[in-house]
Design a protein around this ligand. Structure first.
Ligand code: NAD
Ligand code: LMR
Length: 330
């Protein structure tokens, strides 16, 4: 039978597919919300062996949705099968933190997952595979995966700060009494951790500088920064489990925008750092980016005042420390 789609199906791998984020993510990917309703997908769902039975149940539910865009589901705990010929890999599978922990406390347990996954991606995925790391600590896990994956360019390894970006947009919109879509040129710099820098210095609201519209320095420093920086912990305290649907949404929007473009608007992505803006090369650091034609591009040439410089260095220093903790995995 002739398919109603002109595009060939694209293989999308998701690790931790039976977990909380995975469950909130894969139905949306299957329904075409990530790569477009005109783009069929084959899902590669990867779990640890102990969870493969649950994963079968998730596949039954995917079947039961009868999504026209879903052309196949592979369930596996074998990484090379899981990443085989994939064009996108969403690395979600990892332990979440509990109350009182920092994300970097997960590094010893979670870091080693990403050496094996980097190697398997290198061996089995398309060399053009676009990789998003969601599992925490996301930036340093992405660095580990990138270092272990010789056949895929470093630029293809990214970490998720889109959830932080989206959290900030709503805080700004509520304060400024505007729509989230009125905001542009906002970005998150650095680590997905409490040291991140949610930067309002370039942001605009309907073209007017956001700081001028908000006109409240004390709110920016004493409410906006800590609310965005510590939102993950606040959700864990309230929900007794870490953000799942909002994290899945951030992951979906990260890949959607990377694949389909941002139309000139800024977003935030953890990508390989360079030595502009007084930073250091070779870390996975969140930058303002625009995306077009399947490629992310950093926003360059921004003026950086002393406050921004200090904030950007502080979060850089934490990433340097995290990298030093996992030197043996790089
Ligand atoms: P969860 O415990 O509900 O699910 C994780 C799933 O991953 C489990 O089903 C587990 O079996 C699976 N898994 C573990 N190790 C695996 C491996 N090596 N290969 C394949 N699958 C594996 O956790 P969750 O709430 O879905 O969170 C997943 C991760 O995402 C956590 O590390 C969490 O901290 C992180 N997270 C990141 C962000 C972000 O903004 N970057 C946001 C929210 C959560
Ligand atoms: C988040 O930001 O919600 C996630 O990174 C989960 C966490 O540990 O905070």
């Amino acid at each position: 039978k002739m398919s109603s789609f002109t595009k060939p199906p694209v293989r999308v791998a998701v690790t931790g597919a039976a977990g909380a984020i995975g469950y909130a993510l894969i139905f949306r990917v299957a329904s075409g919300q990530m790569l477009g309703a005109d783009h069929p997908v084959i899902l590669h769902l990867i779990e640890v062996p102990q969870v493969e039975a649950n994963l079968k149940g998730v596949k039954m539910e995917l079947d039961d949705c009868a999504f026209p865009t879903l052309k196949g589901v592979v369930c596996t705990s074998d990484l090379e099968v899981g990443f085989g010929d994939c064009e996108y890999a969403m690395l979600v599978g990892a332990k979440p933190r509990g109350p009182g922990m920092e994300r970097s406390d997960l590094l010893k347990d979670n870091g080693k997952i990403f050496t094996g996954q980097g190697k398997a991606l290198s061996a089995a995925a398309k060399p053009s595979c676009k990789v998003l790391v969601v599992g925490n600590p996301a930036n340093t896990n992405a660095l580990i995966a990138a270092h272990n994956s010789k056949n895929i360019p470093f630029e293809n390894f990214t970490a998720m700060t889109r959830l932080d970006h989206n959290r900030a947009l709503t805080q700004i919109a509520q304060k400024a009494k505007c729509d989230v879509e009125d905001i542009d040129k906002f970005c998150v710099w650095g680590n997905h951790s409490p040291t991140m820098y949610p930067d309002l210095s370039h942001a605009t609201i309907k073209g007017t500088p956001a700081k001028q519209v908000i006109n409240d320095e004390s709110w920016i420093k004493n409410e906006f920064y800590p609310t965005v920086q510590k939102r993950g912990a606040a959700v864990i305290d309230a929900r007794k489990a870490s953000s799942a649907a909002s994290a899945a949404n951030g992951a979906l929007e990260h890949i959607r925008d990377w694949a389909l473009g941002t139309g000139g608007k800024w977003t935030s992505m953890g990508v390989v750092s360079d030595d502009t803006y007084g930073l250091q090369k070779g870390l996975i650091y969140s930058y303002p980016v625009t995306c077009a034609n399947g490629v992310w591009t950093k926003v360059t040439g921004l003026p950086v005042d002393q406050h921004s410089h200090d904030m950007m260095q502080h979060t850089l220093n934490e990433l340097v420390q995290e990298r030093d903790m996992v030197k043996d995995m790089l």
